[in-house]
Design a protein around this ligand. Structure first.
Ligand code: PHE
Length: 341
């Protein structure tokens, strides 16, 4: 009996087989339990030897069952570990992840610097009436900027009498829209897309500007120069000199084009050193007619405005020779300049 059960337990293949063995050996009606019941019919002498022997056998079988149960559980775990094994050294699948476009990155940088200087962000539509884009800004009907070859006019169906609209050619119409709504004083920037019919290495039909406008009772060109020098030094991470050249815009008087100090050596432009100059923006004191067109009293208020090419300063900062590459969506190019991974 002992050998029969110990061998069967040793050979049991799983927990269910082991349980069957337990029942048939030491279960209520198991072979060993039945034998123990027979003890009652034995003579005292017989019982004295058979009793302890049966008890010892029962203990032995029970501990063999328990030991085998643990062994089976261990084996099952080993089996699972083997089948669920995974190779953590396998390379992962490549993950396609987009990045922020360089022009957007630069727009955010520009906005952060000017926001620190107290300028709030304003916005206007990219399709605007030619009143906001031209007339309110004192740009007369015969001005070359209004020529069809420079400006994208929106086509109106025959009989559509609504005023003409254009793809805005600059961010300056946001000056009018903002002052009309919020009056003076104000201090805003307006970054965004603008459109002109132009295409070469440094011009694309869509590009980006940031407009600046500060109106109060005593704002002067000196404030403008300080703001711009602070801005360029923060943006290029080095102290940058500016040069103001007298110029003309219909919406500012006086007007100035602003150059920043740079060097051209070995085909690369370096900002903040050398004795060459590069034009980066137009600016001036807001024309009284422009203030009046926006409902701001020119006898009480005055201020400066500027309009800067965002793509232009991005090219300078990252040493990019061709503006058109910004809009080609060529991943190799983006990676080369560190704009994508
Ligand atoms: N709007 C002008 C341009 O696009 C720039 C400018 C803005 C000039 C504000 C003066 C004042 O060229």
């Amino acid at each position: 009996l002992r050998d029969k059960y110990l061998t069967a337990i040793a050979n049991a293949g799983d927990e269910a087989a082991l349980e069957d063995l337990r029942v048939s050996a030491v279960g209520k009606k198991g072979e060993i339990s039945l034998k123990m019941r027979e003890l009652g019919k034995m003579t005292p002498e017989e019982r004295q030897t058979a009793g302890p022997a049966l008890n010892a056998l029962k203990d032995e079988i029970n501990s063999a069952l328990a030991a085998k149960k643990v062994a089976l559980a261990d084996a099952a775990l080993d089996e699972r570990l083997k089948s669920e094994w995974l190779d953590v050294t396998l390379p992962s699948r490549p993950r396609q992840q987009g990045t922020i476009h360089p022009v957007s990155q630069v727009t955010e940088e520009v906005t952060a610097i000017l926001a620190d200087m107290g300028f709030a962000v304003a916005e206007g539509p990219q399709i605007d009436s030619d009143w906001y884009n031209f007339d309110a800004l004192n740009i007369p009907g015969h001005h070359p900027a209004r020529a069809e070859m420079d400006t994208f006019y929106m086509h109106r169906a025959e009989g559509d009498e609504r005023p003409p609209h254009v793809l805005r050619t600059h961010t300056s119409p946001v000056q009018i829209r903002h002052m009309e709504k919020h009056g003076a004083p104000c201090r805003i920037i307006a970054p965004g897309r603008v459109y002109r019919a132009d295409y070469d290495q440094t011009h694309t039909p869509m590009f980006h500007q940031v407009e600046g406008l500060a109106i109060d009772r005593d704002i002067s060109m000196a404030n403008l120069k300080w703001v711009l020098e602070e801005f360029f030094s923060a943006f290029f991470g080095t102290s940058v000199k500016t040069r103001f050249r007298a110029s003309h815009f219909p919406f500012t008087e006086p007007s100035a084009e602003v150059d920043i100090q740079c060097s051209f050596e070995g085909g690369t432009v370096k900002v903040g050193e050398g004795d060459d100059w590069l034009e980066v923006l137009g600016s001036g004191m807001v024309h009284p007619k422009v203030l009046a067109a926006a409902g701001v009293d020119p006898d009480e208020w005055q201020g400066f405005a500027f309009g800067m090419g965002i793509d232009r300063i991005a090219m300078l900062k990252y040493g990019i020779p061709d503006l058109r590459a910004f809009f080609d969506s060529d991943l190799r190019w983006l990676r080369h300049y560190g704009f994508a991974s």
